[in-house]
Design a binder for this molecule. Structure first.
Ligand code: COA
Length: 169
């Protein structure tokens, strides 16, 4: 029996932030293998195409020296099916504030209904990332604010390039 503990970190990652990377590091401490899964949330219209989000994550992992430990993939389907294909034991998610709770609770219970063997593990990011989200980063970048502390260098570069190009909006 394979006892390697594989977990999936799913999300939209539009774009990845240092808060996501903080969760990832905590996951690395706990599990043998982590696969980041860029999945679709039908309620969102991402700014970056999935292939570019994947590229940004790969760059960030390289920048932080985590590329040997973490794999990134995109998947269009139910996250429980993806996790099962991979032989994952759990999904990991970040829990930032009480406001995340209801949505996360709903998703965790639905995923458990779909696959009762798959756990969801919640990890809390460093307090300085508690109020971070991809939307707030895009909003600050749109107005030329400094986002350096909150995102990997490649993400900052791409956001600046996007907002300097009037065709983006
Ligand atoms: N640091 C910074 N920001 C964080 C964060 C952290 N540690 N953790 C979450 N966030 C932010 C994200 O940036 C995102 O911000 P945004 O809303 O401004 O874009 C927000 O919190 C939550 O996004 P994310 O973690 O990417 O989750 P999501 O709600 O977009 O993703 C999926 C949900 C993709 C995991 C879910 O829709 C899914 O599993 N889809 C696949 C299909 C499926 O199985 N559906 C049934 C699910 S029950």
């Amino acid at each position: 029996m394979n006892s390697e503990k594989i977990v999936v970190y799913p999300g939209t990652f539009d774009p990845i932030t240092n808060g996501h990377l903080d969760i990832l590091r905590r996951g690395i401490d706990l599990f043998d293998r982590i696969v980041i899964c860029i999945a679709a949330n039908p309620a969102k219209a991402p700014m970056f195409p999935a292939a570019e989000r994947l590229e940004m994550i790969q760059e960030a992992l390289k920048e932080k020296g985590l590329n040997g430990q973490v794999k990134v993939e995109t998947f269009d389907g139910l996250i429980v099916d993806y996790a099962q294909e991979l032989g994952a034991i759990a999904l990991i998610r970040g829990l930032r504030a009480v406001s995340d709770f209801e949505y996360e609770f709903q998703m965790a219970l639905m995923n458990r209904h779909l696959n009762s063997h798959l756990h969801t593990v919640y990890l809390m990011p460093k307090d300085e990332y508690t109020y971070l989200s991809s939307s707030i980063i895009k909003n600050v970048a749109r107005h030329g604010g400094d986002i350096k502390r909150f995102v990997p260098a490649g993400v900052e570069r791409r956001l600046i390039a996007k907002y300097n190009n009037p065709e983006v909006e």
